[in-house]
Design a protein around this ligand. Structure first.
Ligand code: GLU
Length: 320
């Protein structure tokens, strides 16, 4: 007994030190939450999963479809997800516990939310039936407008844009519909217009444009300016002519940035392998979706609205 005591103390000390310094294990499978299978998050998420969860990497990645960015941030917070696609405007709201993330009481700021990188611009598409007479944001007054699936980030943009346009969200008739329901409601003639915030070209928008006679409604310069005063995450953007068949002129609009987010307790190894997939995998992401070509290290901190995960900060050589 007398002899074993110092050994035990030594053993405990070794264990304590290794526990304190051992890197956290990457959960497997890693749950990566995206959006609709008809969106842009999903094909890019699949490509990222293929790179990160490559054989021999020690963990696999499960890609899940969801309602979109709002749902993803809630799933990340509740630990149902490990990595989330999000919009930079919503990430800021979640971090502060504001807008749709406000909960009373207690204050529900998601202070453990951390950024990995921003990815590409998600353009606000505002589609209207060609026969509806809707040519401007003001024409949406009193109309039936789809504002995203429940859990998507789209409602936030619709609210902000309608406020900046001087109409207000409370003076449109918002319908919460996924892409499939939007198609149904356009087909039955019940719906006048559709908001969606997605990296173009969107498979879902292309499908709607192919099936129905639709126009893209521009966001005018005055609305862009007033929007940016209240919500600096918005940047001016253009949906180029030809992005969707039959829409043959450039349409000015606004965009926010897509990003990948984790919790502060995400293992460094996971964050590093996400960064390697994003920025060191050649053309793999561009092959998955045209916006994949926009995912560049030089732009990866543009519009980052939340603190970086420490492993990402080290990777970029900046303060978290
Ligand atoms: N930004 C959209 C949203 O959350 C989804 C875009 C996508 O699926 O690519 O709601």
């Amino acid at each position: 007994m007398k002899r074993s005591f110092p050994i035990l103390v030594a053993l405990t000390a070794v264990l304590a030190v290794s526990c304190a310094t051992a890197p956290a294990a990457v959960p497997t499978p890693v749950a990566l939450v995206t959006g609709s299978s008809a969106g842009t998050y999903y094909p890019l998420g699949r490509a990222i999963a293929g790179l990160v969860g490559a054989p021999g990497g020690g963990f696999t990645v499960e890609v899940r479809t969801t309602g979109g960015a709002t749902a993803n941030l809630n799933l990340l917070r509740e630990r149902y997800a490990d990595v989330a696609f999000a919009q930079n405007d919503l990430a800021a709201f979640a971090f502060e516990g504001s807008e749709m993330f406000r909960r009373e009481p207690p204050a529900a700021a998601f202070v453990e939310l951390r950024g990995v990188a921003t990815l590409y611009d998600e353009t606000c598409h505002i589609l209207a039936r060609a026969d509806s007479g809707i040519a401007s944001l003001a024409d949406l007054l009193g109309r039936r407008v789809a504002v995203g699936a429940a859990g998507s980030g789209v409602e936030a943009e619709a609210r902000a844009i309608m406020a900046a346009a001087g109409v207000g969200f409370d003076r449109i008739e918002p319908w919460y519909l996924n892409f499939y329901e939007v198609a149904e409601s356009l087909g039955s003639g019940e719906l006048d217009a559709v908001f969606t915030t997605v990296g173009h070209p969107s498979a879902a928008v292309a499908d709607l444009v192919a099936r129905f006679d639709l126009v893209l409604v521009p966001v005018d310069a005055a609305t862009v300016a007033s929007l940016r005063d209240s919500y600096p995450a918005f940047v001016p953007a253009v949906i180029p002519a030809g992005t969707y068949p039959g829409i043959d002129k450039d349409v000015p609009t606004v965009a926010i940035r897509a990003m990948l987010a984790v919790r502060a307790d995400a293992p460094d190894a996971l964050v590093r392998s996400l960064l390697a997939a994003l920025f060191e995998s050649g053309d793999a992401l561009a092959a998955a979706h045209p916006r994949g070509a926009d995912i560049q290290k030089a732009d990866a901190l543009l519009g980052m609205t939340i603190p970086l995960h420490p492993a990402a900060a080290r990777w970029f050589g900046v303060e978290p």
